[in-house]
Design a protein. Sequence first.
Length: 288
Amino acid sequence: MKIIIGLLVAVACIAGGFASMGGNLKILFQPFEYVIIVGGAIGAYIISNPVSVLKDTVTSFLPGVKKVSRKKADYLELLSLLYLIVRQVQGQGGIKKLESDIDNPEQSPFFKQFPRLLEDRKIIIFICDYLRLVALGTKSPHEVTELMEEEIETLRHELNTTPRAIQTIADAFPALGIIAAIMGIVKTMGHIDAEPAVLGMMIGGALVGTATGIFLCYCVLGPMSTVLQKRRDAEANFYTCVRATLTAYLQNYPSAVCVEYGRKVISTDVRPSFFDVEEATSKVRAVS
């Protein structure tokens, strides 16, 4: 919705300003120049990106498709899960008590207490994989932390592939606008013997291509790339929260301190307070 509102404001201000200067809005309607610019961009995007990026581009902005957007409630549930895990594994029996839950989290009464997280298979696998490493005998906190950081960096790179691709094609739009303008000038040169007023309209129509390319770059594709990148960075931060908490656990800190380490790396706009976390963790229960 915010994207649509922003586009409407940009179009209204640009078109309204042009009309207020005495410009003829009809001249802005150049459908064949739009075809040249947008068609060229789509063709280049298809050539330069794998099918996975093309699908991700469509689903990232397609109306009705669920978008990943981490909220305060998601972080509270994540911290509650991590708190309960640390409390369980630091108790009698250690991490061996959770082996069956780690191997089959979808059927685990332990993980079923956190339905929002259980729907996100990737984050559950991430948590279980590192708990399994600890259960198998990985003792060095430094090595496990480094491995988690490398995996998160790989994940961040994958998540930002589509935003980078969109930004690349956005940067190409001004050049595509110039191509459309040149095509319009070429067409105009074929009517060089026309009346000056007609030539002026044709040249003005050709220059609309340049303006369109710049508009699509800085008012449409560029902002959309930025929005998507911020959304993907927030998703990577979800994993960073897990890394911080598990690192504190490997340093043998108490469970309450571990989740505080995780809370501190959360972005301030969605970070729950210390008392929010305390209240949420007080409601979770161990499963024997």
